[in-house]
Design a protein around this ligand. Structure first.
Ligand code: SAM
Length: 421
């Protein structure tokens, strides 16, 4: 592809492939927006870190905490690394050349860097969106009011009815063909139409993309998602567990769970007869990496396939922090594995298309712990018929065609993250 062709593909898909390289740049806003008809994910709320004025309380607190961090740091000779830290360092040394090469691709791509500069001007910050009503804590609501209901407003798709745009309702409370009142928790809520649906809980609205479902519950209920027949299981399983770590805990954005809880995730039972690709987000802690390799994947019956890196960059293309800071890396890892389908089918493994190792996914990060959408990058490896059956565990957002499970899958579906087209 020539440059202009690549750029127009990027505008459409949100994904930019660099020639002869493992590197790819992703604009999560563009990728997510392919899930919606009548709404768009607002770049200003997705990339909120770039739109905060320097005087907002958040940036003050981050300055305070970073200066605290600085104070804590030993000024002189650091202590020698322990065995685990040495392994972590070795992993970092292996990743380093890949990350540097990928980053080089981005820095050389002037046309892409120019697009990143326009992110801000692309954003339309409507008043409603900026006011942002009080966001519910689904975890508290699930505990306090488990009987709470959701009103789902569904319409037969515009594509089916060929409604001209001027007949589309202009407000969030759309004129709908069907309203369903359903339990909000411990229940599979489905938008099986080909259009965006609006879900209302208490006074807040959430946008639910076409042909998607969410199941909002605690881990204790996850087994309710196991399909009655394995041939209606999943071919792509993305997992982003609430790992215990200083940063999630310190910022107390969500509750974390000790590693042993993840051993019992029913990955095998969620896997389709044809098998599944499992994509697991991990942090850079060596303890965690070795837990995944030695205990978690074996407990799930998943065999290791490849490692991808998510390299976080700023709007000007630079790393979000120094590449070689020991306790704070500008990248995270996505560990990929194969979950065989039918247990008896010994040949299953060879049916998987081998995943290309060491892919580097670059993107500008969104809110705390929000991961870029990676489904599209994996689809070519996903076994089974198309469209692929995909599920995200511990999800905070919903993609068109996917099932999202977690205790707050509607978190980023709040209408405050969207603008009406
Ligand atoms: N992938 C998400 C994103 O990109 O925004 C982030 C997921 S975050 C790492 C982990 C999620 O697990 C949080 O939403 C948290 O509330 C949820 N979680 C924590 N404990 C849980 C539990 N016991 N049952 C279900 N979900 C839980």
């Amino acid at each position: 592809h020539d440059d202009s062709q690549k750029l127009s593909l990027f505008y459409e898909s949100g994904i930019y492939y660099f020639d002869d390289s493992n590197a790819v740049f992703v604009d999560p806003v563009r990728v997510l927006n392919r899930s919606y008809h009548r709404f768009t994910v607002s770049p200003s709320t997705y990339y909120s870190r770039f739109f905060k004025s320097p005087t907002t309380p958040n940036s003050v607190s981050s300055t305070v905490s970073s200066s605290l961090r600085k104070r804590k740091r030993k000024p002189k000779e650091p202590p020698p690394l322990n065995e685990r830290e040495l392994i972590a360092l070795q992993r970092h040394q292996e990743a380093r050349p890949l990350l540097l090469a990928a980053h080089e691709c981005l820095l050389k791509s002037t046309e892409l860097l120019n697009v990143l500069k326009t992110l801000k001007s692309e954003s339309r910050c409507s008043k409603k969106e900026c006011e942002g009503g009080q966001q519910h804590s689904f975890v508290d609501l699930g505990r306090g009011s488990p009987q709470l209901e959701v009103t789902l407003s569904l319409r037969v798709s515009d594509a089916d009815t060929h409604l001209p745009p001027n007949e589309l309702e202009d407000s969030l409370s759309v004129q709908c063909c069907e309203q369903k009142v359903l339990p909000a928790f411990n229940n599979l809520v489905a938008n099986d139409t080909k259009d965006d649906a609006v879900a209302e809980i208490l006074d807040n609205c959430y946008i639910v993309p076409r042909e998607s479902c969410f199941y909002m519950s605690d881990l204790g209920q996850i087994r309710n998602l196991i399909p009655a027949h394995a041939d209606s299981g999943f071919n792509l399983i993305v997992v982003d567990p609430p790992w215990e770590n200083a940063s999630a805990h310190q910022k107390s954005r969500y509750a974390t769970l000790p590693n042993r809880y993840f051993l019992s995730l029913p990955i095998k039972q969620l896997t389709h007869t044809e098998g599944a690709i499992v994509a697991l987000w991990v942090t850079n802690r060596e303890k965690l990496r070795s837990f995944v390799e030695r205990e978690l994947f074996p407990a799930w019956g998943v065999s290791y396939a490849a490692t991808f890196y998510w390299l976080k960059v700023k709007q000007n293309g630079s790393w979000i922090c120094d590449l070689d800071l020991f306790h704070h890396r500008p990248y995270e890892c996505l560990i990929l594995g194969y979950s065989p389908g039918k247990v008896n089918n010994t040949d299953n493994q060879s049916k998987f298309k081998p995943v290309k190792n060491d892919r580097v996914i670059m993107s500008i990060p969104g809110d705390f712990s929000r991961k870029p959408p990676i489904g599209d990058l994996l689809l070519e490896y996903v076994p089974g018929l198309k469209p692929s059956r995909c599920i995200e565990l511990f999800a905070r957002e919903i993609m068109a065609g996917w099932v999202a499970w977690g205790n707050e899958p509607l978190y980023f579906q709040d209408s405050k993250y969207f603008v009406k087209k």
